[in-house]
Ligand binder design. Structure first.
Ligand code: AKB
Length: 316
């Protein structure tokens, strides 16, 4: 039976991943951790929870050792827009946290997962159907962290034989925990505002395509990749995965099928727009499909219907 330490467990991915892992492997098998504790949180209340600042290498190692974990899922990180506002903090947290998690995994011989992102690409990367292996010269601190992270995970596999695995996530959309400080967050905010106000002002310009994915597909991808036959994995740490390539007008049109009066306007944020323009329009997930059977279940229409239904239940 797996015993998994999850860092950043109260974040956008962590708060849903922990619950799914507890359903799959048992509540006591999943050690959730985050830099702070939140009251009335399902993650905190449904199983073991530990306070962990991922830049504290000693505490991370001790926690992993005490709980005798065999897997580390390292999610704690600053997202792209926050990292651009606080680049040194991003370097220290994103890279420091990752190297501490990898070292803990190496010493305790754990299987290891950490996400990369479409942010690992840059303006000189081919923009459409971006290949699995291609130019990676990102122009953001987040992107620099993600490329370095992909390489570091490959290094730990090649040098130490550590079973490191990862995906390049697109923007993730969920009704459970809002993201914080990302460039793709508009695609979450738009659904909340559609329900609450019937209108949304987008900070991302009309016609700006980015890859996105609904959270259930993202969680399933993590589980499938971690359970995949290691002998079939050639890329290991940076599989392109995506469910849809969309821009604000397309999301609005889909929302209007359920809320006909919904209106969309724009007040473009130059910082997040520049980040979005430096990223691909669409990425090619064929390596993930071929090597471990990745397949998204939700397209824009199916996701929109589910988001609006769930958010109505939550917000109204
Ligand atoms: C962000 O916008 O920073 C993230 C990402 C695509 O990695 N959602």
């Amino acid at each position: 039976m797996k015993k998994i330490l999850v860092t950043g467990a109260l974040g956008q991915i962590g708060s849903e991943l922990v619950m799914k892992l507890r359903d799959l492997y048992g509540s006591d098998q999943i050690i959730a951790s985050d830099i702070r504790k939140v009251e009335d949180s399902k993650v905190v209340d449904s199983g073991p929870f530990e306070i962990l600042d991922v830049t504290d290498a000693k505490r991370m190692f001790e926690l992993a050792k005490t709980h005798q974990v065999d897997t580390i899922m390292h999610l704690a990180a600053l997202l792209s827009a926050t990292a651009e506002a606080k680049p040194l903090l991003a370097w220290n947290l994103n890279m420091g946290g990752l190297v501490n998690a990898l070292e803990t995994a190496r010493e305790l011989q754990c299987q290891f997962f950490t996400p990369s992102s479409i942010g690992a690409f840059g303006p000189t990367t081919p923009k459409v159907n971006t290949p699995q292996e291609t130019i990676q010269r990102p122009t953001t601190m987040y992107g620099v962290n993600k490329v370095a992270g992909e390489l570091l995970c490959d290094y730990y596999f090649q040098k130490f034989g550590l079973d490191t695995r990862g995906v390049r996530f697109p923007g993730l959309i969920s009704y459970v925990t809002p993201p914080g400080g990302g460039t793709t967050d508009y695609a979450v905010d738009i659904y909340y505002k559609a329900i609450l106000d019937g209108s949304y002002t987008s900070y991302i310009a009309k016609g700006t395509y980015m890859d996105m994915m609904y959270m259930p597909d993202a969680l399933q991808a993590i589980i499938d990749l971690m359970e995949a036959d290691a002998s079939k994995l050639q890329h290991r740490n940076a599989f392109n995965i995506t469910a849809m390539s969309i821009e604000p007008e397309e999301v609005a049109a889909e929302i209007r099928k359920h809320i006909p009066s919904f209106t969309l306007s724009y007040q473009v944020d130059p910082v997040r727009q520049a980040i979005a323009e430096s990223w691909p329009d669409s990425i090619d997930p064929t390596a993930a499909q071929a090597e471990w059977g990745f397949q998204a279940q939700y397209d824009l229409a199916k996701m929109t219907e589910d988001m609006l239904t769930k958010l109505r239940g939550k917000l109204l």
